[in-house]
Design a binder for this molecule. Sequence first.
Ligand code: ADP
Length: 697
Amino acid sequence: MIEKVVTESGNECQHSSSILSDQQNNKAKPVVVRKKLVKKGLKKIHPLHATNGKSKASSLDRLSNSICKKAKINGKLSYSTVQSENDCDASSSVPSLASNFSGEELDSEIVQIPGDEESCSYITEEECDACDANEDTPLNISSDKTEVFQPALRFSAFSGVPPYLNFCLHDEKVVELPWTIRRCLKWKLSTITPIVVRKTVVNSGFRVIKEPKDWIGTWGKHMKSPLFTAILEHQKVNHFPGTFQIGRKDRLWRNMQKMVAKFGNDEFGFLPQTFVLPHDLRLLRKQWTRTTTDVPWIIKPPASARGTGIQVIHEWSQLPRKKPLVVQSYVKNPYLINGTKFDIRLYVFITSVNPLRIYLFENGLVRFASLAYSTEMNTLNDLYVHLTNYSVNKHCEGYVANEDANSCQGHKWTLQSLWTYFLGLGVDVEAIKSSLRDIVIKTLLSVAPALNDMLKNNVSNRYSCFELFGFDVLLDSDLKPWLLEVNISPSLHSTSSLDLSVKGPLIKDVLNMARFQFPNNVNSLSKQHLAEYISTHFKERMCEASAGSDEGSQYCVNPSTYNYELSEEEKKKNEFYETAVQRVVAVPNGNSWTVQNQSAEIEKRVDDVVEESTILDNLTRGDIQHLIETEDELSQSHGFTRVFPADNSERYFRFMEKTSYYDFLLNEWHKKFVNLRDRTLAIDYLKTQLEKKQVLN
Ligand code: ADP
């Protein structure tokens, strides 16, 4: 069989069907099984959707059906979107690993668990999508796209690194790998796995399985921190432990308060003043009596989403007393377009916590309220005027959908369209973008110490986690951005082509930057076939297996790379820099914080170190490994821009409780090779260092 293939370099070539076709391997392909995905109605969801609970099952069911149908039409995708493990391969030799996550997500009702900070299950729009009969068009994918197959594997810029699994767009496909290889590519389904993620992973060669015995990746809800200890060394999840510290509105405020106390309002005053009840009730009362009666406040449940339970109030008597609540100063003067209020959804991606690597997606969404804005007190209870959530406004009669990613019409725009609109008005867009980057970095720095602790205690391998966040920002009439909340399960709802134009490329980049590799715990036949596949299709990327290991194991994830014990010499280097870069410390002083400078001697050492940049002169094995990961990730960041480390990152060091050795290393690396798009020089330099050290052997 002849297929059109895009080679690694992007050229098209004729690709004869894999040397290890399914027929040759004499393996039966898995039976296509259509499963009902959702067992329960969702009556406890937002009242706006309660009546649609029944439709949720049918909506997802239809999706599943539609993908199965597509599979049959194309004749090439011989697997379904969803399979049970029993449907896969009875004779699979993958060791039986009881999944610690199985059942938990599928059987849990989609409701918020009050009082349980870590297990709060955020209601997302995917869940909402699924229960809304009017929105069940699965993915609006044009079918006339020429079938161009992307390579199934992607190689590092550096030799000796095991290949990465290549994720294509939701409407593309990768070349089908031989079944003995593909059978190991299992994606664990969760109740909230967004359709666009499912579509992307299926088209990239994965089988999405409901309760797999073993799996490589999953996209689910945030988990309690101890559950992270159960992640195996070849598995990746889409969360870091502890991110509820910004994902919950009450925690976000508490973390930001600490930063305001240490560094002042000028640096960290971008979250509207907030009171967390019942704890701050007295403080709120004081504040309330100081202001006039006609000042609006917005009240929110501490851990929910989609506008659920939100009200704008202006009288003390309207304040509910019985439940935990976040009361926030209402931004009364939002920037208006066509007389209506809007907010911005930014997508922020963290690939590593230590060192901290933060990326911001260049595109995003702009969501408008559906009715004209008013400051009249009698409009405060009109959610269509004061809230910008799509889940709320889509129910307004006046809501106008927008399918065009490039046009400034209707009640949803892309972020790129907003920038175009602003440029037309002569607005300084670069200044807004710079403030947004600043907010993103500072917000993540406010929780970095907590994340680091959680990571140390619960995750043994830095291969295991990545996380995509949704930052919601409101611009006021002076174009000052205000952070409203951070969503740790941002909606990836993609029923409109506008949504899909943003979220399709977003997910492709996220999964590629997460750098999935082939699991190492598969049987020797699969490894051997992987080696044969590489020797046939990527001859120049062949490398030797290390002595005593199975042929093919050199192409599988190597856990020791991500969990490597530093040598004594490396520890000394790390300690030296870690001590040297701590310029300021903040110490508690009663209820506030005092910033103290380190001794003059340390200041001098820092300056010496920075001037000499000795950290890059003699790269250690650990340094090189971190830099390889950073470069390979950057090479896949197409729609993202790395905002930390980036230009002027040193400015942020003083906000870090501790600048880690690797933060400092990456910052110096960035300064040496500033251009984030052309990495030729950086890669060549690293290749030379790699040859010297032979670190990957
Ligand atoms: P949710 O997580 O339920 O979406 P948000 O905090 O994002 O909660 O608030 C929902 C909507 O309410 C926002 O999209 C915004 O339009 C409006 N909003 C939230 N906080 C404020 C505020 N402090 N001032 C003005 N409007 C706000």
